[in-house]
Design a protein around this ligand. Structure first.
Ligand code: HEM
Length: 415
């Protein structure tokens, strides 16, 4: 049996936080191997990247998710009892609930709500001074996804809800105040979502059929029982929170249009070009660094031993930047997706494998739709200036974002 290359450091948690998205990739290059072992949060952890690794990682017979997510992440990003930590039949049943929300018509409706909200805000931006795109898009997405999900928002409530949802997103891999803001955001968010679910169940809040609020409130588990209030709240937030997180991708798309202005014209004229552009935004820019699982039962793979219970991380960012999969991976080149037939294990910004049978992101089509709408609006509905600002992306900060949040000025409506 071959020995997995192993980090010598007694614990690499601090190094992970320092290196951020590049932690696994840098070590893979150092060891000349797409697999190595290290200790994170005092626990031995196998790190993997690349296509064969992704295929292995998404084999549900080999890995489980229960207990894979560190408790800190559950207290902020994901909550407890949600679909992310389920396995087998329970996962399948819960995941089907999410996927039932993702019909092509429903996804288009969310895209339309977002675009309508965007167009409605342009007049105010025309009169305003500098507009920070990330802030605006996050709040537009809160409005759009709440309307889509059947969640009522009182006037003046949008900023508070957006703040809580963003606090959960920003605390994903963090320590100190950012982590604590995430915990507060989660507590308040779960209380809010739990109240909504209870009111729908009590018949005091009408919720449209097929919308996420109603679907979650009425969902029954495999034994016919409704979800406990806290779990239902977690699942409703599992729709609202990541939709607001798409604001990060929208800002990256705006940055890409700024850095590669030739693509402005191409995406305006051609749907295929928009598709390629959006896929390259998802591949190129850093978003979700890793996915975590545990070995279900001991097995051997490529001559390496994976002991039962061992935590395993798949490097999503590193797989999207793997030089064997993506020629010149550090170049932003949408044309690489021309004629791309799709591969569930190479482009993995939102996880890999299948949507229904595995843990691949339930909202992938939503993210793609919203990104396409944003690119169309940024190139066809408004003109703007991009004043000097700090657009650097710090790969140590997870999730990453251009430092300025992408500020635009002199917004003018077109079309
Ligand atoms: C910014 C865009 C998004 C990114 C980068 C993203 C990324 C991810 C990733 C990496 C996973 C975990 C994959 C794994 O564990 O193997 C995931 C899971 C998930 N995502 Fe997303 N996501 C995004 C948008 C969305 C949206 C818009 C929704 C819902 C409307 C959503 C709902 C979910 C759910 C429910 C899961 C859990 C799936 C499961 O465990 O079976 N995501 N996402």
């Amino acid at each position: 049996m071959a020995t997995i290359p192993t980090d010598r450091s007694p614990d690499s948690t601090v190094a992970f936080l320092r290196a951020g998205y590049r932690f696994i990739g840098e070590r893979c290059e150092r060891y000349g191997s797409d697999i190595f072992q290290t200790r994170l949060l005092l626990e031995p952890t196998i790190c993997l990247r690349g296509r064969p690794a992704a295929e292995l990682f998404y084999d549900a017979d080999r890995f489980v998710r229960e207990g894979a997510m560190p408790v800190r992440g559950q207290r902020t990003l994901t909550g407890r009892g949600g679909v992310q930590g389920l396995d087998g039949a329970a996962h399948h049943h819960r995941k089907a609930m999410f996927m039932s929300l993702m019909t092509p018509t429903a996804v288009r409706q969310l895209g339309q709500l977002f675009a309508d909200e965007w167009r409605a805000r342009i007049p105010a931006w025309e009169l305003a001074g500098p507009v920070t795109l990330h802030t605006e898009v996050a709040s537009m997405l809160t409005e759009a996804v709440c309307a889509w999900a059947g969640v009522p928002l009182a006037a003046g409530e949008v900023d508070r809800r957006t703040e809580h949802l963003q606090a959960m997103i920003n605390s994903a891999v963090s320590v100190g105040p950012r982590h604590w803001r995430g915990r507060v955001g989660r507590l308040r968010g779960e209380r809010w979502a739990g109240d909504l679910v209870e009111r729908v169940r009590a018949g005091t809040l009408p919720a449209p059929e097929g919308g996420a609020l109603r679907v979650v409130a009425e969902h029954r588990d495999g034994q016919g029982r409704p979800l406990p209030r806290r779990v239902a709240a977690v699942e409703l937030l599992n729709v609202l929170r990541p939709t607001v997180a798409v604001a990060g991708f929208v800002v990256f798309a705006a940055l890409a249009l700024h850095d590669h202005p030739a693509w402005r014209q191409r995406v305006r004229d051609d749907d295929d070009a928009t598709e390629q552009f959006v896929q390259e935004v998802r591949r190129y820019y850093p978003f979700f660094p890793v996915a975590a699982a545990r070995v279900r039962r001991s097995f051997d793979w490529q001559g390496y031993h994976f002991p039962q219970g061992r935590r395993v991380l798949l490097d999503l960012y590193g797989t999207d930047h793997h030089p064997a999969l993506w020629p010149e991976p550090e170049q932003f080149r949408p044309e690489r997706f021309a004629g791309w037939r799709g591969d569930p294990f190479t482009l993995v910004p939102q996880g890999g494998g299948g949507h229904l049978g595995g843990h691949r992101c339930a909202g992938e089509w939503v993210a793609i739709e919203l990104l396409k709408r944003a690119v169309t609006l940024l190139t066809g509905a408004l003109r703007y200036d991009v004043p000097p600002q700090d657009l650097a992306i710090d790969l140590r900060r997870m999730p990453a974002l251009p430092a300025s949040g992408f500020v635009v000025t002199a917004v003018r409506r077109i079309g």
